[in-house]
Write a protein that binds this ligand. Structure first.
Ligand code: AMP
Length: 115
């Protein structure tokens, strides 16, 4: 069940500030407040969905396409091409702490190591 008071819902409503990288009608991309890589940005859909399972099952197809277009535009805006990771922690067991679907975009020299 989606909690309208999660921190990303508050960011989307403008109740909490963010450092925006990219924004359009479907997505918002902003810097992670506690970066764990040299570049660490989050991309979220504007629609209400708790995690990747919820999003891929329940979001309309055009919203899913628009989301990935937003991820792509965010990556381009960051000047990344062949040195980034996208991660979607899904569920508390995987360490998801904010229950509004999001993709982490991370880039760092350390990524020469295997994951
Ligand atoms: P996850 O653990 O996959 O749910 O990721 C949630 C991410 O949100 C974490 O990396 C947090 O550092 C980040 N985060 C939490 N609150 C904020 C905030 N107000 N602005 C930006 N990032 C945040």
């Amino acid at each position: 069940m989606y909690d309208k008071n999660n921190v990303f819902a508050k960011i989307l409503r403008g109740e909490i500030p963010n450092k925006t990288v990219y924004s359009d009608d479907n997505v918002l991309a902003f810097y992670d407040v506690a970066p764990r890589a040299k570049v660490h940005v989050l991309v979220i859909p504007r629609g209400e969905c708790t995690d990747s399972f919820d999003f891929t099952q329940n979001a309309p197809a055009d919203a899913q396409v628009a989301f990935w277009c937003g991820v792509r535009k965010t990556v381009e805006k960051l000047g990344l091409r062949d040195n980034f990771r996208t991660v979607a922690n899904t569920g508390r067991g995987a360490g998801q702490s904010v229950m509004h679907f999001h993709i982490h975009i991370m880039s760092d020299e350390r990524f020469t190591e295997d994951f």
